[in-house]
Design a protein around this ligand. Structure first.
Ligand code: PEP
Ligand code: CO
Length: 451
């Protein structure tokens, strides 16, 4: 195998990267980024890998979720806090139902670069470059916004740093204390049936804590009750940015990606000889790999050999995004091949990206029922292969948006227009996310009881 360096990806074909009008301006920005402090530290990466290793030993469950694409316009406490609180709620629902620790990983604090199926977009006879996420260009349909601007890499770094700072405060500073479980429900969710169901669960948790404390259990000595671990992740798409944020770990002598705890490889950039695989193979982080229905067993095994030659526990999360109609036939051959190769990566289900459709009024949407159906197909395939369905990967927000159809709120094509805010893919809103957590909790509980 040839030598890896943070820049060795530049010798390979790099799909989905923008071409900047002024390469020198890009170089300047890369130099400035390389001098900035890391956003995360190697010890945190090691900790996440040890948590993921527990998932691969069937002792925990991974919950990964957040925006399809974060936006520079949404820097404030509310969007971050609302996503964080729904992740906490989903995790509590799953933990309570399945008595299984839940590892929380946000698609947050760096999820700014988007792969696109088309290079350009045409509106009323005008053709411009596609919107590729705020780290590259703007969503507005005009020449200025759509021209890739390297200054955006610096904005992405600052935005990520501010978001991460807030997340650390939320996770460690009292908000996530289990004694405050009642305070996590947003008002619009509280009024929904799943909000009421969550409040009942919160009552039970509060009563259990009071009971244990009355029996002499000293909650002050149990840090797990007062804070949570929360990790960040994004797609490692923009390799100039990821290279500039690669740092050296003096402890291990290895390189690590300092932009997030976990980085993933997208469905469109996982070519074995491509630049993205080359970059990711050399950094120490936990690495996700998206797998769509075209993935062959041999592709998956080759990716595992390239990205995880030493079979390090917790290093790899395979994220299947097959679509509800394909999962039952497309996933089993991959599960069997990986199992038969003696590999135990975390297997995670992304029930979003194979289920995107266009509504009658032109909105990109997803049906709640198909999302749930893909999760059920994922669990069934694992049951059959004797492998472990280790986690879920969602596009969601804690806010009251109307982007996905269905669910108990029964959102229809007509309702999509009222609060459709995503610049990219449709997300589950706070109440749909919680509803899904309750439904999946039942599936998870049944699966764990059969073992
Ligand atoms: C995504 O997760 O937003 C994404 C683009 O996914 P995929 O690579 O699976 O299409
Ligand atoms: Co998406």
């Amino acid at each position: 195998m040839h030598a890896w360096s943070p820049s060795s990806w530049r010798q390979r074909t790099a799909l989905q990267l923008p071409s900047y009008p002024d390469p020198n301006a890009l170089k300047d920005v890369e130099t400035r980024l390389a001098a900035l402090p890391p956003l995360i530290f190697p010890g945190e990466i090691t900790q996440l890998k040890s948590r993921l290793a527990a998932v691969s030993r069937r002792q925990a469950f991974l919950l990964q979720g957040g925006d399809c694409a974060e936006s520079f316009d949404e820097l404030g406490q509310m969007p971050v806090e609302s996503t964080f609180r729904v992740m906490l709620q989903m995790a509590v629902v799953l933990t309570y139902a399945a008595a299984c620790p839940v590892i929380k990983v946000g698609r947050i604090a760096g999820q700014f670069a988007k792969p696109r199926s088309s290079e350009t977009e045409t509106q009323q006879g005008l053709t411009l470059p596609s919107y590729r996420g705020d780290i590259i260009n703007g969503a507005d349909f005009d020449v200025a916004a759509r021209t890739p601007d390297p200054q955006r890499l610096l904005t992405a770094y600052s935005h990520s740093a501010a978001t991460l700072n807030l997340l650390r405060a939320l996770a460690q500073g009292g908000f996530a204390d289990l004694h405050r479980v009642h305070g996590w429900t947003a008002d619009f969710v509280r009024r929904s049936p799943q909000g009421e169901r969550f409040e009942e669960l919160a009552d039970r948790i509060t009563e259990s804590l009071a009971f244990m404390e009355a029996c002499g259990f000293d909650a002050d000595k149990a840090p797990q009750l007062h804070a949570v671990e929360f990790y960040t992740s994004h797609e490692a798409l923009h390799l100039h940015y990821e290279q500039a944020l690669t740092r050296h770990d003096d402890g291990t002598g290895r390189a690590y990606g300092a932009s997030a705890h976990m980085l993933w490889l997208g469905e469109r950039t996982r070519a074995i000889d491509g630049a993205h695989v080359e970059f990711l193979r050399g950094i120490d982080n936990a690495v996700g790999v998206k797998l769509g229905p075209s993935a062959k067993p041999a592709d998956v095994l080759a990716l595992l050999d390239a990205l995880d030659p030493d079979q390090e526990p917790g290093r790899i999360v395979l994220i299947a995004r097959m679509g509800s109609e394909r999962v039952r036939e497309a996933l089993p051959p991959l599960l069997r091949a990986v199992r038969d190769a003696g590999r135990t990566p975390v297997w995670c289900c992304d029930p979003m990206h194979g289920n995107t459709v266009t509504a009658s009024n032109g909105y990109k949407t997803r049906d709640f029922a198909r999302v749930l159906d893909e999760v059920c197909g994922f669990f069934a395939a694992h049951e059959e292969a004797g492998t472990y369905p280790g986690g879920l990967h969602f596009e969601m927000t804690g806010q009251d948006v109307t982007e996905c159809r269905g669910g108990a709120q029964e959102l229809t094509d007509e309702s999509l227009a009222s609060r459709y805010r995503s610049a990219c893919d449709p997300r589950l809103n706070g109440s749909q996310s919680l509803e899904l957590a309750f439904l999946i909790a039942d599936v998870l509980k049944a699966a764990r009881q059969r073992r």
